[in-house]
Design a protein around this ligand. Structure first.
Ligand code: NDP
Length: 396
């Protein structure tokens, strides 16, 4: 029996994780659930799973939530803030890191530094702090398993030795290239001139995946693929030149690995996050996820195309950040989070998201981070810069 903390349990990945956990009560017990502000969802989850702890990142809601639990006769202890998140991330056998954005960095690092099994959905943490994060995984003997469906697919297609020992570099074991697939999002064929007018709801209507709003916008700009490129560099010990991004509109192949003998291995399945979640939870075993069989005959065809960097400038910006290294990915990520938030609030048009990020990347100094303090400094500085650019609307 393994205890599991689900950071971000009220979100899309969090809910899918609980769905898988509920199918295997003999293997997993829920240790802690966490949310930012979604009290009703968290309450229902606490009622169902009776965790030892529930954590609210927003400390102002703790008293209200604790009295609701008490009234209902539930004896889950309520913790709050970043310290509460880090405590429950450290204490369980397994931590699912599914908080969205930079807010997930410290709790995810807490689980890594405690040497736990860490299921990484929160790609922003690895993008921001790549070298420090991977160094901590090795130093503390943590087991890091990718949840992003693409990285989970790549992991499944890697040589066995690289799967079981994170220090065995896949590119020394016959791997020659990683093919990172992405659907191209809802605006793959929208006329370029119309992109300036698209609404948040249109951007969040992903053709294949049901996800939280921030990652949905990232998928529409393809910044999500850019962040995944950086994530893949760190997870699989390679640089961006060994990773090709391929647009695959059906999202049936979740990514591929090419070997030096010409073989390409792909992982296929229905687009449902419960597959990578179940894979990582049980790895190296397999468990039922609740996902149905892929009907490959009904599917009929699989299409592939090269990404269009004119339509998706965020891809170029992310590749630049990967090549520059240092705090460049943290700057990219912070500027993106602020620009996406402004777009979702109706303060910025869709086409300007990339312009904001480009300007922030040109203005903020890039350094080699020596610690998480340097990463957080770059993150803060980039947020302030992005907020100023959006407020002044000084976009080219
Ligand atoms: P959601 O927006 O659906 O959920 C985010 C979760 O994080 C919620 O539980 C939310 O709480 C919590 N949260 C938000 N802000 C904070 C904060 N400041 N402090 C603490 N907790 C916070 O996101 P997703 O589930 O879609 O994505 C989560 C992560 O997984 C992201 O990094 C994303 O890139 C990655 N991912 C997601 C996939 C998907 O299919 N959705 C696929 C692959 C990766 P509350 O509900 O209270 O706001």
């Amino acid at each position: 029996m393994q205890s599991v903390t689900v950071l971000g349990s009220t979100g899309s990945v969090g809910v899918s994780t609980l769905d898988v956990l509920a199918r295997h009560p003999e293997r997993y017990s829920v240790y802690a659930l966490t949310a930012n502000r979604s009290l009703d969802v968290l309450f229902n989850q606490v009622e169902t799973f009776s965790p030892r702890y529930a954590v609210l990142a927003d400390a102002s809601l703790v008293a209200e939530f604790a009295s609701r639990l008490e009234l209902a006769g539930l004896n889950t202890t309520v913790l709050s803030g970043e310290e509460g998140l880090c405590t429950v991330a450290r204490e369980a056998d397994v931590t699912m890191a599914a908080i969205v954005g930079a807010a997930g960095l410290l709790p995810t690092m807490a689980a890594v530094e405690a040497g736990k099994k860490v299921l990484l959905a929160n790609k922003e943490a690895l993008v921001m702090a790549g070298p420090l994060f991977m160094d901590a995984v090795v130093r503390h003997g943590a087991t890091l398993l990718p949840i992003d469906s693409e990285h989970n697919a790549i992991f499944q297609c890697l040589p066995m030795q690289s799967q079981s020992d994170s220090q065995v570099i896949p590119f020394s074991k016959g791997v020659q290239r990683i093919l990172l697939t992405g659907s191209g999002g809802p605006f793959r064929t929208t006329p370029l001139a119309d992109l300036v007018n698209v609404t948040p709801d249109q951007a969040c209507a992903h053709p294949n995946w049901s996800m939280g709003r921030k990652i949905s916008v990232d998928s529409a700009t393809m910044m999500n693929k850019g962040l995944e490129l950086i994530e893949a560099c760190w997870l699989f010990h390679t640089d961006a030149s060994n990773i090709d991004i391929i647009v695959h509109p059906q999202s049936v192949i979740h990514s591929m690995v090419e070997y030096i003998d010409g073989s390409i291995l792909a992982q296929l399945g229905n687009p449902d996050m419960r597959t990578p979640i179940a894979h990582a939870l049980a790895w190296p075993e397999r468990i039922v996820s609740g996902v149905g069989s892929l009907d490959i005959i009904a599917q009929g065809r699989l299409d592939f195309e090269a990404p269009d960097e004119l339509r998706f400038p965020c891809l170029r910006l992310a590749r630049d950040a990967a090549v520059r290294g240092g705090t460049a990915p943290a700057v990219l990520n912070a500027a993106n989070e602020i620009a996406v938030e402004a777009f979702l609030d109706g303060r910025l048009d869709f086409a300007s998201i990339a312009l904001v990020i480009e300007q922030v990347m040109a203005q903020v100094e890039i350094v080699e981070p020596q610690s998480l303090v340097d990463v957080q400094h770059a993150d803060n500085e980039s947020r302030v810069c992005a907020i100023e650019i959006i407020a002044k609307k000084t976009l080219a």
